[in-house]
Design a binder for this molecule. Structure first.
Ligand code: ADP
Ligand code: MG
Length: 344
C-alpha cells in the first residue's frame, strides 16, 4: 500500500508551500512568482497574451482512466496551445485547484509532477494560483500568459480570400483514443476481472492523455519569417474550427478530404470501431493541432515541412464552406461535423 497523507495535516498554507517548494523561475519576465499577493510580470516592450481554461471532473476529464500526472501535464499543455495559437510564446501560468478530501497529498503531488513536467518542457513559470476545497469533484483552472512582438499576434478574423488553409500534425487520434478508453471503462464496470485490451493503441491513447502543444510550428514561422493571416488551435474538431475562421473572417472555403492528415494508427483504430477516420478529424476533438491560413505567396516556405498540410483554400463568403470528398462529391461543412461519409 502506498502512503496516504491527508491534506488537512498540512493546512492550506503548508499545502501551497509543499506544492510550490521547488519552483525556480526560468523567465526574465517573471519578476515575482508565488508567495505574495500577486505575481509581477514584465514582458519588456513585447505584448502580453492571456488565456484561461476551466476543467471540471466528470465534464472535461474522467479520473477512471486519466492518470493524475497526465492530467496535470495536459491541463497546462492545452492552455499553452491557446497561446501558441496567437503566434505568441507562453511564459507564465497561474494554476488554481478545487480539491475534496478524497485527494491525498500524494495524489496532488502526482498531479503537480505532470504540471511541472509541462512547465519545464515548455519553459514556462508557475507564478501563482489559488487553492480551495471542493465538495466533490476536482476542479482545475489554468491561466497562461505569453509574449509576442508588437502586433505579431495572429487572430481568427483576418484570413483573406485566396489564402491557403493549413493544419499541423495529424487529426482525429485523440477522439479514437477516447473511444477505446470509454469502451474499456464500460467493460471494467460490468466485469472488473477482465483485463483492459488496449494493446497496439498507444498512439491514439497517447494523443488523448498526453497531448503536446505545437511550439515547433510557431518557431518554424519565426524562422521562415512567415506570418499566418489567421490562426487558432484545433480543440473541437476541424469542421467547427474552420467555420470559426470563415465566420470571423467573413469568408467561404473549400476543404479537400484527401488532404486531411490522419495517422495510419488512427485510421486502423477507427476501423475497429467501424467509424470513418475523416469523421473523427472533422468532429472529434482535443487534437491541439494548429489551423491557420497563409497567403499563397508564402506557399514555398512550407516546402519540406512534413508537419504542415495544406488542406484547402479560402473563398468569397457567397461560395459557402464546403468539403470535397475523396469521391469528388461536395458537401457543406457543418459545425457538429459531418458523419455521412462512407470511407473509400
Ligand atoms: P490569497 O489569500 O491572497 O488568495 P493565497 O494564500 O491563496 O493568497 O496564496 C498565497 C500565494 O500562493 C500566492 O502567491 C498565490 O498565487 C500562491 N498560490 C496559492 N495556491 C497556489 C497553487 N495551487 N499553486 C501555486 N501557487 C499558489
Ligand atoms: Mg487565495
Amino acid at each position: 500500500m502506498s502512503e496516504r497523507t491527508e491534506i488537512n495535516t498540512l493546512g492550506e498554507f503548508g499545502l501551497i508551500d509543499h506544492l510550490t517548494r521547488n519552483i525556480e523561475l526560468q523567465n526574465a519576465s517573471s519578476l515575482l512568482g508565488v508567495g505574495d499577493d500577486a505575481a509581477v510580470i514584465d514582458h519588456f516592450g513585447r505584448q502580453t497574451v492571456v488565456s484561461t481554461d476551466l476543467l471540471i471532473e466528470g465534464v472535461h476529464f474522467d479520473l477512471a482512466y486519466t492518470p493524475l500526472k497526465h492530467l496535470g501535464y495536459k491541463s497546462v499543455v492545452v492552455n499553452l496551445s491557446d497561446i501558441y495559437a496567437m503566434n505568441a510564446t507562453p511564459t507564465q501560468i497561474i494554476l488554481s485547484i478545487g480539491i475534496s478530501s478524497r485527494f491525498s497529498v500524494e495524489a496532488l503531488d502526482e498531479f503537480y509532477e505532470g504540471v511541472y513536467a509541462a512547465c519545464s518542457k515548455y519553459n514556462v513559470d508557475l507564478v501563482g494560483g489559488d487553492t480551495a476545497s471542493s465538495q466533490k469533484g476536482f476542479i482545475i483552472s489554468v491561466t497562461a500568459l505569453g509574449e509576442v512582438a508588437p502586433d505579431k499576434f495572429v487572430k481568427r478574423s483576418t484570413a483573406k480570400k485566396g489564402d491557403l488553409l493549413c493544419v499541423s500534425g495529424d487529426l482525429g487520434a485523440a477522439y479514437v483514443g477516447l473511444l477505446f478508453l470509454e469502451r474499456e471503462k464500460k467493460i471494467f464496470l460490468e466485469s472488473p476481472d477482465v483485463q483492459p485490451d488496449l494493446e497496439g493503441e498507444g498512439y491514439v491513447i497517447g494523443r488523448l492523455l498526453k497531448p503536446e502543444a505545437r511550439r515547433d510550428i510557431i518557431s518554424f514561422f519565426a524562422e521562415k519569417e512567415l506570418l499566418p493571416t489567421s490562426m487558432m488551435d484545433i480543440s473541437d474538431g476541424l469542421s467547427s474550427e474552420i467555420l470559426h475562421i470563415c465566420n470571423d473572417s467573413n469568408l467561404g472555403c473549400v476543404l479537400y478530404e484527401e488532404k486531411i492528415p490522419v495517422a495510419e494508427d488512427t485510421r486502423n483504430a477507427a476501423f475497429k470501431f467501424q467509424i470513418d477516420p475523416t469523421a473523427c478529424s472533422l468532429s472529434g476533438g482535443e487534437d491541439y493541432e494548429l489551423l491557420f491560413t497563409i497567403s499563397q505567396e508564402d506557399h514555398d516556405k512550407l516546402v519540406l515541412n512534413e508537419q504542415i498540410s495544406v488542406v484547402g483554400y479560402m473563398t468569397e463568403p457567397e461560395a459557402g464552406q464546403h468539403i470535397i470528398t475523396k469521391s469528388g462529391n461536395k458537401h457543406p461543412i457543418t459545425a457538429q461535423g459531418w458523419n455521412h461519409l462512407t470511407s473509400g
